[in-house]
Ligand binder design. Structure first.
Ligand SMILES: Cc1cc2nc3c(=O)[nH]c(=O)nc-3n(C[C@H](O)[C@H](O)[C@H](O)COP(=O)(O)OP(=O)(O)OC[C@H]3O[C@@H](n4cnc5c(N)ncnc54)[C@H](O)[C@@H]3O)c2cc1C
Ligand code: FES
Ligand code: FES
Length: 1379
């Protein structure tokens, strides 16, 4: 039969026959650009964020069932869905037709902030529920392993998901039992927190909610389990026609490639023989990445997914046969079934279980749903998770090819397959058909290990699988074979009488291919299974893998240690199994093999609510856009309908860190299809400048100062054409020396801002040091942080008549946007308007850097007189838009024997990148916060802003505060460990009191730190838990726990005085509806919701009558950026004042009307009375503005306070950690909206967890020679890990400090965006306490340094022991970082 030339599938129930499908096109591109359904988002394009998740369903004729899978549409080829039903977020519900319960729950539980991740999260949950008739809480938590959210901290999403769990009763009972006990206890004694009723100063009632109570209340409404949940929107059924779908051979010819989908092995090998360069594609999770990021072009693509031999899973002749194209999820289900059903016995299941163990932490659900084993093996990635299992289990690969018209097969042991880096023994025209995985037998042990930066959805740092076959040896033989080795004290004795017959140790992440530790295997073979043998083998592993610091991937010492630690774990595992679980291994050492266990997480929130029915203020109102967001209807820049004649653009970026531009040649790019122009410095009509300080060019004209600096912009018909053309612009440079880190800059004396630096000083540090009992010195390095807003930088510029330009941007800073665009276009600012509907996250990254992208697009739009859109790809965004500043802090601290702090001298260095941007105020904030919450009589804080050849680093939530605070806490920690005093005691004794002055002479009024501290300590049960932690640690050698209490104080105000102003415009229409516009932008933080509450409260109308359409510079001019946590304060007051004006104008009329006259009627009458129903409001914050020159003036309007207690458990052998519980008490004043404030606390805390424990930027410099100088290695979610669902504290309890009205801000509230972020330092110090416990076991006492983030590498390498010694790591080794 002739091949079909078109694809046919269903999208949200509608049949689509596409005759012009392009084989290289992704499903996401098709859905968004061809169909125009923009609910499904592009967050990364590399399968790492889940924003693009859709459900793909397929009818299986064999089982007569429909199979549902969540899929990353950004990787799935359009052609791959032939014969399937694709369901997007639009297909399950809408605000018009009714929302699906999944959508409704996520919105109602406050699970959507900026909303960009939300459609993907909705679809992941929806698909899981479709696939799983009886979802469990555990399964639901795992179902999100392929989705990221940067705003919420995940807890509310998990709470929403749990309402669908079929086992909700268990968790309800478990939690409610505890809650009841607690309630009982508090009723007896501590009424402070649980008491209900009016509260002083805020007439509020206290509310306590928890995961369990939410599930309970939802169940009582009859809306809980998937079974009970009634879809409000009609479900789109699986199309009947697809049940009769007959697969056909496909041959889809596109402009650049042809897609073949054979149905038989013969067809497949024929195509492979006819097209020797053909690329097989299954999940496209490797090929798709190559195509998108490496611009690989494959003219012949072959999909073998319908070839039966490549999909078969069976048990044959002592081996499990796994079809090369079977998706990993199917393999997982098959193996689980084999083991559970007893089709293979427990003894035989070793290899299958090892594969299952790897698959648990292999990528994500979405990737496993499409990715196959064959793809993993043939790619031969050195960090493949499955290849080490196949290597150690001695698997066999079977290939097929066409020869003389027949299918010929070839078998090959997998160990012979990997030839060199990504080079394999796959011959011309061959395809991999299957993998035979031998089952195990008596006395054969297999175990797989993986350590990554993050547990969930991460590629390994080192991955391994080890297998030994033992025999019962006779004692005489055993004695002969005894091995000499150095002693490793922690290696305990094994059961005697066993000899190693065979050893195969597979590794990934230590060589250019997946490999085996051949020398170690040789050493082991024939030796007794004993302590001595394993001690020798541990040392031998370092000979097998002599990694050096320049090895690609870095972390050589850690990787060597991991190999040895895994072997040690394996030794304990086997020894324990040999002993039948009895006493061979002491209980404390069994902690080496404790499996990672994550029970269902839960949370609690306590807050006060304004009981007034009329007042909207203080109510936990949900985000006003939440329903639009869960439905995929909320629009972001790239979702806007393309304007007439609109073009797309991409930047041409510097590829060297420092150099003169010799020549720019855009000829090749301009000749490419669809390209309309290239614009560089010479094309800028106005000034080629951006930034406040005039030190930045829009397009580099002569010199480039960093990799990623814009040189020009290319404009084309499509985004992809523009990106490809931008790559084709050739730039020649004359390279210059580059400074790539703080150390380089300090050595070269390269600083920005005041060359003499910045100083804050109080008292006399010299005298303080001279008088005190002890002085210690140290250094703390705090790495930078990528914003990782889910919506990348994006803007659309639309030229108008007479030089006008409208910029619709994803920016926190509309005002600077119009100033820059006007400057670049050479027009007055009044010709340019910037509009912002919402951002898919900002976190400071769109405070200034967004402006450059808008301005670049505006230049192109102006030149062509056509609308131009720019949407920056994730990797480009990360590499060019700057991050949180890395800091190095050197401290000297003086203190008395009793712990009282006397003097602190700190020097802070920040890595600013190449130009000023906001680096000076960022440094100022670092210096302002160097005291944290501690009274230290003598302080000197000195800061220098280092100029390096990196993209300009910029604002990020906390704005230098967290870095300064972290250095302060490092000094405190040093003092406590030096004195041998518990950290919490030292902290408590040095807290600021009411009325004391900071080191910049600001009096602390309404200081709530003492109350917050006491409450957090009490609520967390700190004292009792500390004792439990100690008891745990003394009984556990390899897993350690730590608990820590850390406080914070955060100054609220822009440190630049003029920025502390806000504006608003309020219109009341004749139907009574109210339109508010204010100077702030909505990026998920709920600002618009709070402003609506303020307006509704001021006018006395329900919140549904108030609307905010967008932020626009032609409505409210001269606005400050939405930053510094100030937006509610400044814009809230402006909104309030505008409403007050209207209310005052209405009052005389109101007074003439009967009491209770409806608002609508009053307004209507007012119109006819010709009363002005529109008002502008303005507010300037009084009493702010510190002058660094005169050292005078208040730094801040007021301070926010908070305290957190975190408890963690660390795997000492790998550095992995888990947060067992976190309690936060935060002073938010009288909360304007407790739900939003709690969302901000949880989101900030999670982002802080990322900053201090996980997120590590890695740049090419002298410490990272394996990366090209000045290049960012961590350019996407694949390499840069933000916290995921799996990192949420198992128990997260948030309390808003009660009765703490703030006289300085709107309705006595307090700012909330930034202050809680630093509280995540409690996790860092809990980890450090756990590390200390491990060090003590190894005989190390006293203070020790640990830089931030406390990554798995840093945790492991700060626990030196006999294993690290055996692989040659110096005991004081301090892991490298990018600072
Ligand atoms: C976000 C993300 C996370 C990931 N996480 C992990 C992880 O945790 N661990 C890990 O090991 N990997 C991981 N990967 C890598 C990847 O998902 C796996 O290697 C997967 O198994 C590849 O399968 P695929 O079907 O998608 O391969 P494809 O991309 O379709 O193909 C990969 C290569 O294999 C070739 N190929 C495929 N099948 C055959 C065959 N039968 N015969 C000959 N050649 C063939 C293709 O031509 C191509 O060269 C991750 C990838 C992504 C994008
Ligand atoms: S956009 Fe597809 S996973 Fe990020
Ligand atoms: S709400 Fe999840 S990324 Fe913003």
């Amino acid at each position: 039969m002739a091949a079909r030339k078109e694809i046919e599938f269903y999208l949200n129930g509608k049949r689509i026959v596409e005759g012009a499908a392009q084989p290289e096109m992704t499903l996401l591109d098709y859905i968004r650009t061809e169909v125009g359904l923009t609910g499904t988002k592009l967050g990364c394009g590399e399968g790492g964020c889940g924003a693009c998740t859709v459900m793909v369903s397929q009818y299986d004729k064999a089982t007569k069932k429909v199979h549902h899978r969540s899929v990353n549409a950004c990787l799935a080829p359009l052609c791959s869905v032939d014969g399937m039903h694709v369901v997007t977020v639009e297909g399950i519900g809408s605000t018009q037709s009714g929302l699906h319960p999944v959508q409704e729950k996520i919105a109602d539980f406050h699970g959507s902030q900026c909303g960009f991740c939300t459609p993907g999260i909705v679809m992941a949950l929806y698909t899981h529920l479709k696939k799983t008739p009886n979802p469990t809480t555990h399964g639901l938590e795992e179902a999100f392993d392929g989705n990221l959210c940067r705003c919420t901290g995940y807890r509310p999403i998990l709470d929403a998901a749990k309402t669908f769990a079929s086992d909700w009763k268990e968790c309800q009972e478990e939690s409610s039992e505890k809650e009841e006990k607690k309630a009982e206890a508090t009723q007896k004694g501590n009424h402070e927190f649980w008491e209900q009723g009016p509260l002083a100063g805020f007439d509020g009632v206290e509310v306590s909610s928890s995961t369990a109570s939410k599930v309970r209340s939802d169940v009582s409404k009859g809306q809980c389990c998937g079974k009970k949940a009634k879809a409000k929107a009609p479900e789109v059924p699986f199309p009947e026609a697809l049940q009769k779908y007959q697969p056909q051979t496909l041959e889809i010819k596109g402009a650049r490639a042809t897609w073949h989908r054979p149905l038989t092995l013969m067809e497949l090998v024929k195509i492979a023989a006819a097209h020797p360069g053909a690329k097989l594609v299954v999940g496209n999770t490797e090929v798709g990445i190559e195509a998108r990021f490496k611009f690989c072009n494959y003219p012949v693509l072959v999909s073998p997914t319908m070839v039966p031999e490549l999909n078969a899973l069976s048990l044959e002749k002592g081996a499990i046969s796994l079809g090369a194209a079977a998706p990993l999820t199917r393999i997982r289900e098959y193996l689980t079934g084999l083991v559970a059903s007893g089709k293979i016995s427990e003894k035989q299941s070793g290899s299958a279980v090892a594969v299952l163990d790897q698959l648990r932490w292999f990528s994500s659900t979405q990737i496993r749903n499409v990715g196959c084993l064959g793809g993993n093996v043939v790619t031969a990635s050195p960090i493949s998770d499955l290849c080490p299992v196949l290597l150690s289990c001695n698997a066999t690969l079977t290939f097929a090819r066409l020869e003389e018209g027949k299918v010929l097969t070839r078998d090959l042991p997998v160990s012979k397959f990997f030839l060199d880096y990504r080079r394999v023994d796959l011959r011309k025209g061959e395809v991999l058909v299957k993998v035979a995985l031998p089952v195990t037998s008596e006395l054969e042990f297999v175990k797989a290990y993986k350590q990554a930066r993050r547990r969930e959805d991460d590629i390994a740092i080192v991955t391994s699988c080890m297998r030994v076959v033992l025999s019962r040896g006779d004692a005489a033989n055993e004695a002969k074979e005894k091995v000499e080795s150095s002693k490793i004290a922690d290696v305990v004795a094994a059961p005697s009488g066993y000899v190693i017959k065979e050893a195969m140790l597979g590794f990934g992440g230590v060589w250019k291919t997946p490999t085996r530790a051949s020398k170690t295997e040789k050493l082991l073979t024939g030796k007794p299974w004993s302590k001595e043998t394993i001690q020798a083998a541990i040392s031998e592993l370092a000979v097998d893998f002599p990694l050096n610091p320049n090895t690609p991937g870095g972390m050589s010492e850690y990787r060597k240690t991991l190999c040895a630690s895994f072997l040690y774990k394996f030794y304990i595992h086997v020894s324990h199994a040999l002993a039948g679980g009895t006493s061979a291994v002491p209980a404390s050492h069994l902690s080496a093999i404790t499996q990672f266990h994550r029970p269902a997480s839960k949370g609690q929130q306590n807050f006060q609510v304004n009981p007034s029915q009329r007042q909207a203020i203080g109510k936990p109102v949900s985000h006003r856009s939440a329903y639009l967001q869960v439905a995929g209807e909320a629009e972001y820049i790239d979702d806007l309908a393309p304007k007439h004649k609109m073009l797309f653009s991409a930047l041409v970026l510097s590829t060297v860190p420092h150099g003169d531009i010799v020549k720019v040649d855009a000829k090749a790019a301009l000749a490419m299809p669809g390209v309309h122009g290239y614009f560089g410095a010479e094309d800028v009509k106005g000034h080629n400048q951006v930034g406040h300080w005039g030190d930045e060019e829009l397009f580099a004209s002569k010199t480039v100062h960093c990799v990623g600096q814009p040189i020009g912009i290319v404009v084309a018909d499509t985004h992809r054409q523009a990106v490809e053309a931008a790559k084709a612009v050739k730039v020649d440079y004359k390279q210059k020396p580059a400074l790539l880190n703080i150390e380089d800059a300090v050595r070269a004396g390269s600083f920005l801002g005041e060359q003499e630096g910045y100083t804050l000083e109080r008292g006399d540090t010299k005298a303080g040091f001279a008088k005190c009992d002890h002085v210690v010195e140290g250094e703390m390095r705090v790495g930078g942080q990528e914003h990782f807003y889910l919506e990348t930088q994006a803007s659309e510029c639309i030229p108008g008549e007479n030089g006008e330009m409208t910029v619709i941007a994803s920016t926190q800073n509309p005002n600077t946007t119009i100033e820059a665009v006007a400057e670049n276009l050479g027009v007055s600012v009044h010709k340019v308007v910037c509009k912002v509907k919402r951002m898919g996250g900002g976190f400071g990254g769109k405070e200034t850097r967004s402006v450059n992208y808008s301005a670049a697009a505006a230049v192109a739009a102006g030149a062509l007189n056509r609308p131009v859109r720019i949407v920056v790809e994730r990797n480009v965004d990360m590499a060019t838009s700057g991050q949180r500043h890395a800091f190095v802090g050197k401290y000297k601290v003086g203190f008395n024997q009793d712990g009282k702090l006397q003097a602190l001298d700190v020097t802070l260095y920040s890595n600013a990148g190449w130009c000023l941007d906001l680096s000076v105020p960022v440094m100022h904030r670092g210096l302002f916060h160097i005291d944290n919450v501690y009274w230290i009589p003598n302080i000197r804080a000195f800061g220098r802003v280092c100029k390096t050849n990196m993209p300009s680093h910029t604002a990020f939530r906390g704005f230098g505060g967290p870095q300064g605070l972290m250095v302060a806490e490092a000094a405190i920690d040093h003092v406590a460990r030096h004195l041998g005093m518990p950290g919490h005691e030292l902290r408590a004794m040095n807290l600021y009191g009411e009325g004391q002055k900071t080191h910049f002479n600001q009096v602390l009024t309404n200081n709530t730190i003492g109350r917050a501290w006491d409450q957090c300590k009490k609520r967390s049960g700190f004292d009792a838990r500390l004792q439990k932690v100690k008891a745990f640690n003394s009984a556990s050698r390899w897993r350690k726990r730590g608990i820590a209490l850390v406080p914070t104080k955060f100054g609220i105000a822009f440190t630049a005085k003029f920025m502390n102003q806000g504006g608003a415009l309020v219109h009341v229409y004749t139907d009574g509806s109210v339109l508010v516009t204010h100077g702030g932008t909505e990026m998920g933080q709920g600002l618009h919701t709070k402003m609506i509450q303020v307006a509704a409260g001021a006018l006395g109308v329900p919140i549904d009558m108030v609307h905010i359409a967008e932020t626009a510079t032609d409505k409210v001019p001269n606005t400050s950026p939405t930053a510094a946590s100030m937006s509610s304060d400044i814009n809230g007051m402006a909104v309030f004042r505008a409403c007050e004006k209207i209310a005052a104008r209405l009052k005389p009329l109101r007074d003439t009307l009967p009491k209770g006259t409806p608002w609508k009627e009053i307004v209507h009458k007012a119109y006819f009375e010709r009363i002005n129903l529109s008002a502008q409001g303005f507010y300037k914050v009084p009493d702010v503005g510190y002058d660094f020159k005169t050292k005078s003036g208040p730094g801040f309007s007021y301070f926010s306070f908070g305290v957190a207690c975190a408890e963690v458990e660390v795997d000492v052998l790998t550095g992995d950690h888990q947060i067992l519980r976190a309690d936060i008490v935060m002073d938010v004043g009288n909360s304007l909206n407790p739900a939003i404030d709690i969302g901000q606390i949880e989101g900030a805390f999670t982002q802080g967890m990322g900053l201090f424990t996980m997120e590590e930027l890695v740049w090419g410099d002298s410490d990272h020679k394996w990366i090209r100088p000045g290049n960012l290695f961590t350019q996407g979610p694949g390499a840069y890990k933000i916290p995921s669902f799996n990192d949420v504290p198992l128990d997260l309890r948030i309390s808003l400090l009660k009765n703490a009205p703030n006289p300085k801000a709107i309705h006595s509230s307090k700012a909330i965006g930034e202050p809680p972020l630093f509280l995540a330092a409690s996790v860092f110090y809990a980890i450090k306490n756990a590390v200390e416990a491990a060090r003590v076991d190894h005989g190390l006492k006293g203070a020790f340094p640990m830089d931030s983030p406390a990554t798995a590498e840093r945790i492991r390498m700060t626990c030196p022991d006999e294993i690290t010694k055996a692989v040659g790591v110096p005991s004081k080794f301090r892991p490298l970082g990018s600072w």
